[in-house]
Design a protein around this ligand. Structure first.
Ligand SMILES: [Fe+2]
Ligand SMILES: [Fe+2]
Length: 269
């Protein structure tokens, strides 16, 4: 099984890159299953039904999310009716949506996907380290291949989650910071790990947003309206090969493609 995980899609620039590049990327890496974090897919903040359906239409199998999932009001209805959109599993009971699912690849293989959120420098939700074990146990009953999106701010918390889940998940990948880390590896018991997948969106920006208002907020402490930037879009993520029989990762490749890179891949695919 070959998995592709795509870091936080940022607004239209992120979606456009996905539209132009995903099928070539899937062909190039022989990908069986695609997961993308979609918490910033609607103008940088949240998701709408139209946008979510469009992302699924481009070939994403499951969308994960994080703290921004609630930014657009209609996401409440959308997530309640669309099982392929997850929110962190450690939100309190009664919150709309679910934090895990078992999905099926085009050739009929099962993949478990779990989404949890960190608590360091973030809203204090239920304990992600305890919740994630329960969620993995539930999906493991049907799927050997399990992917965990740990949406968190602090590197230490994310690294801790990697070790916590070594041997229990195929891939533990961080999201939320929008800056890709270079620490991809396979842990001793077969779990592929990357602290942050990075973002799919404009990289000439401050974590996806236009630089001037973001910089102004740091300089003068006053609120300012953020819009997604446009310059230098890149698609960030990770490709992981795994053994179907054991669920162990066998190889891991971190990816960061410009639009030109994706066009070149498409031309040779
Ligand atoms: Fe994000
Ligand atoms: Fe986030």
């Amino acid at each position: 099984m070959i998995l592709l995980f795509i870091g936080d899609l940022i607004g239209r620039p992120g979606r456009e890159l996905l539209r132009k590049g995903l099928s070539a990327l899937v062909e190039h890496h022989h990908v069986d299953f695609v997961i993308a974090n979609a918490e910033n897919s609607a103008a940088g903040f949240g998701i709408t039904k139209d946008i979510g359906d469009t992302i699924l239409g481009y070939g994403v199998d499951v969308m994960t999310s994080g703290n921004h999932i609630w930014d657009k009001k209609e996401a409440l209805d959308y997530i309640a009716g669309e099982r392929r959109l997850l929110r962190p599993a450690n939100y309190p009971a009664g919150v709309p949506g679910k934090g895990s699912l078992v999905a099926t690849t085009r050739d009929g293989r099962q993949v478990g996907v779990v989404n949890v959120m960190g608590r360091v420098f973030m809203t204090a939700l239920d304990d992600p380290f305890a919740v994630v074990l329960k969620e993995i146990e539930a999906v493991r009953a049907k799927a050997k291949i399990v992917v965990v999106d740990f949406h968190a701010e602090a590197t230490s918390e994310k690294v801790a989650m990697g070790w916590h889940l070594d041997g229990k998940a195929t891939l533990v990948v961080g999201t939320h910071t929008h800056v890709q880390t270079a620490d991809e590896r396979i842990l001793p018991n077969g779990t592929a790990y990357l602290t942050d997948a990075g973002m799919t969106g404009p990289h000439d920006s401050i974590i996806g947003m236009e630089r001037e208002p973001a910089l102004a907020r740091f300089r003068n402490g006053m609120p300012s309206k953020f819009e997604p930037a446009t310059g230098n879009p890149r698609l960030n993520g990770i490709v992981v090969s795994a053994d179907d029989a054991t669920g162990r990762a066998t190889s891991v490749t971190r990816i960061s493609y410009s639009e030109r890179d994706l066009t070149a891949i498409g031309a040779t695919a």
